[in-house]
Design a protein around this ligand. Structure first.
Ligand code: ADP
Ligand code: F6P
Length: 320
């Protein structure tokens, strides 16, 4: 294995650049040639491939986003489109690929392995933390900390005006950002797609807390758990208390990665190259109980994401 390529795919996340840097430096350290593919699978099928050197990743460790750029490429589900990717890799005599992304990226990787025998190592990097086989994905911790900053600011203004704040954060199918930010930000209510909730109960509890003298409440809503404006309107109508909506949006996806994400990126990137060196089979890399682990892509696809119900209960018990 002496010629490797690396790409980033799906939604960008803080720490993607740190992952690329780790892969590039570890590969060069092992005398491998290393190539960067621009714009994920969309760029791969068009042959957007360039040679990288150690200076290509200088001054990158602290930068959010991805200098290789990323893209969604829905046509990649088609095996004939995947063939173009395999041909592009073959044209450069590349015999191994590192993909950095989330579950969709790993599904694409599995297809490339199964249909064309490409050797691939996957690094989990998405703010959503929605991959079941790993405790954490690169980017999640930074995104949650960014959201906590927003909660702190909202607390100041909501408290001053005796208002309820409803903050929408990312997570279409996974409530981890809402859950962790809610616990760390001291939110009273955390609404996630994994757990049903009752708006009448929330409105009545907000009203009761107001009568007890608690005049400000914080609701964190994962984007996949309901319509922010409808929820706010309903609670306001039922409780009689002003509910202000904030959609934090893409701000939470940018920014400099924190220590946790940089260290994870370094461990994962290093591991990817070690696996190539050993001639290991294609797999996804992850972290369980602070140990770097690997799992074949077909098992990753089958693993069911569990939700941390205990942390969810803690969020609500501590918010009284
Ligand atoms: P993420 O990797 O963050 O989950 P996406 O779900 O957008 O982001 O997936 C990234 C890319 O992976 C998609 O744009 C597509 O090119 C590829 N992909 C997603 N699902 C599949 C699939 N079932 N088969 C092949 N490729 C896929
Ligand atoms: O997968 C990461 C993510 O940020 C999700 O939380 C969000 O739902 C989605 O990407 C947004 O995607 P796009 O960048 O295509 O709007």
């Amino acid at each position: 294995m002496d010629r490797i390529a690396v790409l980033t795919s799906g939604g960008d996340a803080p720490g993607m650049n740190a992952c690329i840097r780790a892969v590039v430096r570890a590969a060069l350290n092992n005398k491998m040639d290393i190539y960067g593919v621009e714009r994920g699978y969309a760029g791969l099928i068009k042959g957007e491939i360039t040679r990288l050197g150690t200076r290509s990743v200088s001054d990158m460790i602290h930068k959010g986003g991805t200098f290789l750029k990323t893209a969604r490429c829905s046509e990649f589900k088609d095996v004939e489109v995947q063939r173009l990717a395999a041909e592009a890799l073959s044209a450069y005599s590349i015999d191994g690929l590192v993909v950095i992304g989330g579950d969709g990226t790993f599904r694409g990787a599995k297809d490339l392995c199964d249909n064309f025998g490409i050797k691939i190592m996957g690094i989990p990097c998405t703010i959503d933390n929605d991959l079941a086989y790993t405790d954490f994905t690169v980017g999640f911790d930074t995104a949650v900390n960014t959201v906590i900053g927003a909660i702190n600011n909202l607390r100041d203004t909501m408290h001053s005006h005796d208002r309820v704040s409803l903050l929408e954060v990312m997570g279409r199918h996974c409530g981890d950002i809402a859950l962790y930010a809610g616990v760390a930000g001291g939110a009273e209510y955390v609404l996630v797609p994994e757990i049903p909730y009752n708006l009448d109960d929330i409105a009545s509890s907000i009203k009761k807390s107001y009568l007890r003298g608690k005049t400000s409440n914080m609701i964190i809503l994962a984007e996949g758990a309901g319509d922010r404006d409808e929820i706010a309107e309903y609670i306001q109508k039922k409780s009689g208390i002003n509910v202000k909506v904030t959609n934090y949006g893409y701000i939470q996806r940018g920014g400099s990665p924190n220590m946790m994400d940089r260290v994870l990126a370094a461990r994962f990137g290093y591991k990817a190259i070690e696996l190539f060196k050993k001639g290991a089979d294609s797999c996804a890399i992850g972290i369980k109980n602070n140990k770097v682990i690997t799992m074949p892509f077909d098992e990753v696809a089958k693993a069911e994401k569990t939700f941390d119900n205990e942390l969810y209960d803690i969020a609500h018990v501590l918010s009284l």
